[in-house]
Design a protein around this ligand. Structure first.
Ligand code: HEC
Ligand code: HEC
Ligand code: HEC
Ligand code: HEC
Length: 207
């Protein structure tokens, strides 16, 4: 009787061990992400996107988990250098200003007024640079560092190449659009719009 039971238990144990042996290499990692990270081999072949990237003026991004390029911004901002006008304190500039505000075309539609105003990102003492919440200087070319303070999830996805858009070629070095290439920092949400191809039947019905 007992030998019968022991025999059964051993048979079950054997089955279990065979099954688990089979899947063992797959269980080395807790998640798919761990597996990808451990088994990814950086590309080291001959192909290069340099010829495709040539036309884009770029700056280098160095983050602990990756190095890539983003387009230069300072050459694109028409009112840069800011210190052409902001050579004196904001207070005295405001006192001198008559009529329309200097930046009347900029309306802040980003979070609410209790969370954010111009001084959250710009500072009168050093207008040619952006500033973090802890008053660290941030170069206009690296404005993603500003955004990442509050949008960590998108920032992490962007570093990995999942949020945003790659420019130039697919082979390294990688060039990616930076946050402000797509989002206006002053009004970052996109307007709702209809897909380019939409249901013409629905349009008829709405008439
Ligand atoms: C052509 C001149 C000019 C340039 C260039 C300029 N500014 Fe200004 N800016 C002003 C004046 C004048 C004021 C203050 C009077 C006002 O708000 O109308 C001002 C005000 C501001 C304010 C405060 C607004 C407020 O409502 O409190 C911010 C922030 C600012 N500027 C940012 C910038 C940044 C950043 C740049 C560069 C990218 C820049 N400015 C370039 C003229 C300029
Ligand atoms: C969330 C951070 C943030 C806030 C808040 C913010 N800015 Fe900016 N601002 C930026 C960034 C980033 C750029 C550079 C964008 C780029 O690279 O094109 C910029 C660019 C500018 C420029 C130069 C570009 C242009 O359109 O002329 C001016 C002027 C400016 N900001 C003024 C202001 C004023 C005035 C306010 C308040 C009403 C304000 N900003 C609030 C982040 C901010
Ligand atoms: C000080 C914190 C802070 C900073 C810095 C900041 N944001 Fe935001 N952002 C917010 C908050 C808060 C909201 C509103 C979130 C909501 O309504 O759910 C928001 C909203 C947004 C949205 C709209 C989300 C939606 O669809 O409603 C986008 C896009 C965005 N931010 C991008 C940026 C970019 C790009 C930068 C850098 C130029 C930036 N943010 C910098 C706090 C910040
Ligand atoms: C190639 C263009 C592009 C780039 C670059 C880009 N974004 Fe976006 N982002 C988008 C689009 C498109 C959406 C979706 C908007 C929607 O659903 O209305 C989005 C959505 C968002 C949202 C709202 C997410 C939500 O759940 O509603 C935030 C916040 C945001 N982006 C922040 C950032 C930050 C921070 C960066 C830079 C680190 C960045 N984005 C870079 C195009 C871009």
């Amino acid at each position: 009787m007992t030998t019968k039971i022991i025999g059964k238990v051993m048979a079950i144990a054997l089955c279990v061990s065979i099954l688990s042996c089979k899947g063992d290499h797959e269980h080395k990692y807790h998640t798919i992400k761990d597996k990808i990270e451990a088994e990814t081999v950086p590309y080291s072949g001959e192909l290069s996107s340099d010829v495709y990237n040539e036309t884009i003026e770029t700056v280098l991004v160095k983050e602990e988990d990756g190095t890539f390029l983003i387009p230069d911004r300072k050459s694109q901002i028409t009112s840069f250098n800011c210190t052409e006008c902001h050579s004196e304190p904001l207070k005295s500039l405001k006192e001198q200003q008559v009529g329309k505000k200097a930046h009347w075309d900029i309306k802040l539609v980003h979070a609410d007024a209790k969370t954010m105003n111009c001084a959250t990102c710009h500072t009168g003492n050093d207008m040619d640079n952006l500033h973090s919440l802890t008053d660290q200087q941030i170069d206009f070319n690296y404005s993603y560092k500003l955004c990442s303070q509050c949008h960590q999830r998108e920032f992490k996805d962007w570093k990995g190449g999942a949020h945003g858009k790659q420019l130039g070629g697919w082979a390294p070095p990688r060039v990616s659009n930076t946050c402000v290439n797509c989002h206006n920092p002053h009004a970052p949400a996109f307007e709702k719009r209809w897909p380019v191809r939409y249901n013409t039947q629905k349009v008829e019905e709405r008439k």
